[in-house]
Design a protein around this ligand. Structure first.
Ligand SMILES: [Zn+2]
Length: 165
């Protein structure tokens, strides 16, 4: 399992719901947690490791135990939005201000398929929204002004071309 970076088409795919909650799913999430920890991330979505299933890992601020969310769905979000600097493991070293709802409710299943509802605010809400975007092929740069996005992606594409040598 390895991280996928901007430019990889898997990051633009719409992920599918999980119907089978088995041991292989548990093992898959364990590997995702390992990748997230190795890269010092606070969240990771399945497409970032090349998988198109609706799985996200979220590390709540100040906690050491990650939250595993299967088939997560945002059920409500606040009108009020907060702007804060955001990064993404698929865009190393890149940070931009992104506006997101300050409070959300999210429904998800755990590894046994049991349903939960969680109310989150602040940084936790932001991380969850960022990771859930990934499941629909949406990236944090999509929230930026078109000009900022254009200049960032142009820089990234140039870097990719030069790295290929
Ligand atoms: Zn991300």
């Amino acid at each position: 399992m390895h991280l996928r970076y901007f430019g990889d088409s898997v990051l633009r795919t719409k992920c599918l719901d999980i119907e089978c909650f088995d041991q292989s799913l548990t093992e898959f999430t364990e590997s995702m947690i390992k990748v997230m920890r190795e890269k010092d991330g606070v969240g990771l979505a399945a497409p970032q490791v090349g998988d198109n299933r609706r799985i996200v890992i979220v590390l709540p601020p100040g906690k050491s135990k990650p939250l595993i969310m299967i088939n997560p769905v945002v059920t409500s979000k606040s009108e009020s939005r907060v702007v804060y600097e955001e990064g993404c493991l698929s865009f190393p070293g890149m940070y931009e201000d992104v506006a997101r709802p300050s409070e959300i409710s999210v429904q998800y299943c755990d590894l046994s398929g049991q349903k939960f509802e969680l109310n989150a605010e602040g940084m936790l809400a932001r991380i969850i929204l960022h990771e859930l975007d990934h499941l629909d092929g949406k990236l944090f740069i999509d929230h930026l002004h078109w000009w900022t996005r254009f200049s960032l992606t142009t820089q990234l594409r140039m870097k990719l071309i030069f790295n290929r040598g």
